[in-house]
Design a protein around this ligand. Structure first.
Ligand SMILES: [Zn+2]
Length: 374
């Protein structure tokens, strides 16, 4: 009972302050598209045999989106229409680059190399049609990708593991995967979080990754990203100016941000929808969560409640999700569950709010920025 009350309060708290609208705007911000985390069922079996643990559904199911994953997703997104006659749209926070596994192995684990997403898709058997589907999805406004970093891993940790010839990273790389690696040397760094750091000065090294990553994004997706959500842990605001100089106008930030200052010290920062930083970038706060393949919750019911709370406070509903919910490469049942719930959620949204409008996250950001200019 108390837990429920606390959730209610948090849901309301996220929406009190900030930009307001009478419109019923629905945004889906979905992280991790384009990322190679786990290659295949065979790779998972090999990691299991090596004693590398499954600690989350990401370790278990989060594979590069397949032809079926995208085709079935498109079917669901087009199963509803909003008041403007538009279907639902995902804003994938996507990675333009991945580990070049073959090249690293060829070079005897001496150095890190990455490759661009279309090159990864070209070399993987069974993935021949995926890049074409990405193009189709973008053309038909089913997918409007924005920037989730260059690659979904912490390079400092990656390089240290590589230099130490850590047996787990070697096993992971040999299986074209980067998951289930035990690493606890730095409490403030997760291995998959590109902009996590131990000492504050390490932020300097992120400049080159951001500049190069945004160029890679443009090369891969055909336009400049304007919206950023960091891969894994939250970024320090010192990186915002490099993002800004390279085209990023909109940042996703949590309402209650625990901001790392270096050496394990943190401060609390309160963010809200439409908050501006002193560089003129606008913050969006994800005020609803939809993770249908995470156990233990009525996700459709819960997300509907959070959307209703957002609308009650005259806020757009920004629904946070992850690709893993819609992945069927390891187990089709995972994708089925995710997509069935998504279909039901979309149906309930347009039924309850016939005036709903599906919008890409960056479009919402631009809308807020345009009003701030007036
Ligand atoms: Zn991510």
């Amino acid at each position: 009972m108390l837990g429920k009350l606390k959730t209610e309060l948090t849901n309301n708290f996220k929406n009190i302050k900030g930009w307001k609208t009478d419109r019923k705007i629905i945004v889906f911000s979905v992280d991790d598209y384009g990322n190679v985390r786990l290659a295949s069922k065979e790779a998972r079996d090999n990691l299991d045999k090596a004693g590398m643990p499954v600690e989350s559904r990401f370790d278990q199911y989060d594979t590069l989106e397949t032809q079926e994953d995208l085709e079935y997703l498109f079917d669901v997104l087009t199963s509803v229409k909003d008041k403007n006659g538009s279907h639902a749209v995902f804003t994938p926070f996507a990675l333009p680059a991945n580990i070049d596994f073959e090249k690293i192995i060829e070079n005897n684990y001496q150095e890190y190399y990455y490759e661009l997403l279309p090159d990864t898709l070209n070399k993987l058997p069974g993935y021949e049609k995926v890049w074409g589907l990405w193009q189709e999805g973008m053309k038909n406004r089913l997918l409007v990708p924005q920037f989730h970093g260059r690659e979904h891993l912490n390079l400092k940790v990656f390089k240290e593991l590589l230099a130490a010839k850590d047996p787990q990273i070697i096993t992971a790389l040999q299986n074209r995967s980067y998951t289930s690696i035990n690493f606890n040397k730095y409490p403030s760094i997760a291995i998959s979080a590109a902009f996590d750091f131990d000492k504050f000065e390490e932020n300097e090294s992120f400049k080159e990754i951001i500049v190069d990553g945004l160029n890679a994004f443009e090369k891969v997706f055909g336009y400049k990203a304007i919206h950023f959500n960091p891969p894994g842990g939250r970024e320090h605001p010192i990186v915002h100016s490099w993002l800004k100089e390279n085209g990023i106008k909109i940042l996703d930030e949590p309402s209650n941000k625990k901001e790392h200052l270096g050496n394990g010290e943190y401060r609390k920062v309160y963010n809200y929808m439409g908050k501006m930083n002193d560089l003129g970038q606008v913050y969006l706060v994800r005020n609803a969560v939809f993770e249908p393949t995470q156990d233990g919750r009525d996700w459709v019911g819960n997300t509907m409640k959070q959307v209703a709370t957002a609308f009650k406070w005259k806020k757009p509903a920004v629904i946070s999700s992850h690709r893993v919910n819609f992945c069927g490469h390891i187990d089709e049942k995972n994708r089925q569950k995710g997509l069935e719930d998504l279909k039901e959620l979309l149906k309930q949204i347009v039924t309850r709010w016939p005036e709903a409008e599906f919008m890409a996250a960056n479009e919402l950001g631009e809308l807020i920025l345009a009003e701030k200019d007036v």
